[in-house]
Design a protein. Structure first.
Length: 564
């Protein structure tokens, strides 16, 4: 079975996951006629592969059940947010191939309504202004095993609270002088229910509301309310919000009006990936401290980094599908991500030949000024991609590591006196090795068998090895960036007393200059993807400029880490 992008759907995923089960029950029972989901990023960094999972889940459900999916920026924290991040998030969601319903929403659009609800809770005796400092509040909250202590301000009258809250809003107090808290239960076993803070004072400019507000609502008093305003039916979030759900429901109980859609929070396990870190704060550290070239460095697990590396939206969807929806935290092997891109590019990528570490080969019996064009298959997995012509001539390049002067019988590549096939071209035999004064091999003198054109044996004799090659006078120079994992530890942020940056792999980037590529690459544009025969999948980088193509290796052909 395949989906609309012709990607195979794994067997075990054809049954409904627990979120789909809930949605189908709600549709079948008539609780909802249509579902509305949302993706709610905080614009304080670039999105990463974990967000991609959440986007694919939320938008995927919207598509599957012919409902809607909103995009909403959770922009309640004025200090950390930036329009650069907003723009990158819009780009990433669209690149993944999704369309949000209607306009883009912002939690900050709801500041008036949130304020009114806060006033209502105050009037209903369900919220109070507290003068305690953040530190005092935190100490008085107790611990999971020890109940909290009520604030001396807890029993202020509604009038007094309202007056103070209005003055908070009017800017009569400094940052941290007062907060608004929900009046719930200081001895609740759930710490989130111990009179959580609803509003704090922050004299800071907001990227959308400017200086209109100096009080800002907390996440817990914003998120569910925004869902409610937008008519979200299923508010899907990650497991760390499970303990917030009673609070989500408590606020909903006190603002809900009969007849409206009441959102339901559902939690699933966040995606964790081996050999990387995923928190935006840590990714920001890598960028700010210049361990990488930016948020979209091809080694970053960000969507923009993966895109630049050569990942396709289809590969990320396949990956998300393979990972599935779990109720318990786990760590996914980054090998599965690499598998997913190989799967997609194997079927779609144009094949070309490129030599990374060139070794000159002269075909001594090939006429001096002759050249010919040999047909080559563009993608053996997809006939419709057709063929191209590859130029052949007297001087060629092969990969340095494909030649050994002396080698054992298991070395099927070229050796002195041995014969190999040049892909799509001829059998060649190495007769002589030329070295410089230091003993380095600089050139091979070979003869070709004119009867083996197309790489076919003329007389039934067999050659084991097939090499990729490039004609020297037709080759174009390209620079290639080879990437290795950014961290050399499986779980870089999983070590007590050790900073995750201690595990940065110092060899995560190798640049090879003046690699030799088949002339087909001449017109390659930023973002074009190829399979370089025998080497892996590659993608043209945006840093390329006229006369210099820079190419990122997306992944090697096989999982070379398995053998390390
Ligand atoms: P981080 O902890 O990486 O900084 P965040 O949770 O603070 O991420 P948000 O912008 O608040 O980032 O997240 C937007 C949405 O993406 C939320 O619904 C969140 O649950 C989801 N999300 C974030 N990280 C992951 C992840 N690793 N796997 C799945 N979903 C995720
Ligand atoms: Mg967050």
């Amino acid at each position: 079975m395949t989906d609309k992008n012709n990607i195979e759907i794994p067997e075990e995923k054809k049954s409904l996951n627990f979120i789909e089960q809930i949605i189908e029950e709600d549709l079948n029972s008539g609780k909802h006629k249509e579902i509305i989901t949302r993706f709610p990023p905080e614009p304080n960094g670039y999105l990463h592969i974990g967000h991609a999972k959440s986007i694919i889940l939320n938008f995927g459900l919207g598509e599957k059940y012919k409902g809607k999916t909103n995009l909403r920026f959770d922009d309640t924290n004025p200090a950390k947010e930036d329009t650069e991040y907003v723009d990158s998030i819009l780009e990433d969601v669209q690149w993944l191939g999704f369309k949000w319903h209607g306009k883009v929403h912002y939690a900050s659009d709801y500041f008036n309504q949130l304020y009114e609800w806060a006033v209502k809770l105050i009037k209903d005796g369900l919220a109070y202004v507290d003068d305690q400092s953040g530190e005092e509040i935190s100490v008085m909250r107790g611990t999971p095993t020890k109940p909290g202590t009520e604030s001396p301000n807890r029993n202020r009258t509604a009038e007094e609270n309202l007056d103070l809250f209005i003055r908070m809003k009017n800017g009569d107090f400094k940052d941290g002088e007062k907060v608004l808290r929900a009046k719930i239960d200081m001895s609740s076993p759930n710490m989130h229910m111990r009179d959580p803070v609803m509003y704090r004072i922050k004299h800071a400019e907001h990227h959308r509301t400017g200086n209109k507000w100096c009080i800002y609502p907390m996440y817990d008093f914003t998120h569910g309310q925004s869902d409610y305003i937008e008519g979200i039916t299923h508010s899907i979030c990650t497991l760390e919000f499970e303990n917030h759900r009673p609070l989500y429901d408590w606020f909903m109980d006190h603002i809900y009006e009969e007849g409206r859609t009441r959102p339901r929070q559902i939690e699933f396990a966040r995606l964790n990936l081996s050999y990387t870190v995923m928190s935006k704060r840590k990714l920001a550290e890598l960028v700010e401290e210049k361990y990488v070239s930016g948020w979209n460095d091809p080694r970053m697990p960000t969507i923009s980094g993966l895109r630049r590396r050569g990942y396709t939206p289809e590969s990320l969807k396949l990956f998300a599908d393979k990972v599935g929806i779990a109720k318990r935290e786990n760590i996914i092997d980054v090998g599965l991500l690499e598998y997913s891109i190989r799967e997609h590019l194997n079927r779609t990528a144009q094949r070309v030949m490129t030599v990374l570490n060139p070794l000159k080969v002269t075909i001594t019996n090939y006429p001096e000024n002759e050249e010919e064009l040999l047909p080559a298959i563009n993608n053996p997995e997809d006939e419709t991609m057709g063929e191209r012509e590859v130029p052949f001539s007297k001087i060629l390049y092969i990969e340095k590591e494909d030649f050994k002067e002396v080698a054992n019988r298991k070395f099927f590549r070229l050796k002195l006196g041995g014969e190999v096939r040049l892909r799509y071209a001829y059998f060649i035999k190495c007769n002589e090795v030329i070295k410089d004064e230091t003993g380095q091999i600089t050139e091979l003198l070979c003869t070709y068998d004119p009867l083996s054109k197309g790489g076919k044996s003329p007389d039934g004799r067999k050659v084991k090895g097939t090499l990729h090659w490039v004609s020297a006078k037709h080759a174009i120079d390209v620079d290639i960036r080879l990437y290795d994992r950014l961290f050399s530890d499986e779980s870089p942020d999983g070590h007590k007393n050790k900073d995750f940056k201690e595990f940065i792999n110092p060899n995560s980037l190798t640049v090879l200059e003046n690699c030799k590529a088949e002339p087909f690459l001449k017109n390659a544009k930023s973002g074009d993807r190829f399979q370089f025969e025998r080497l892996g999948y590659f993608c043209v980088d945006k840093d390329s400029f006229e006369n210099k193509i820079i190419i990122n290796r997306t992944v090697p052909l096989r999982d070379s880490w398995k053998n390390k």
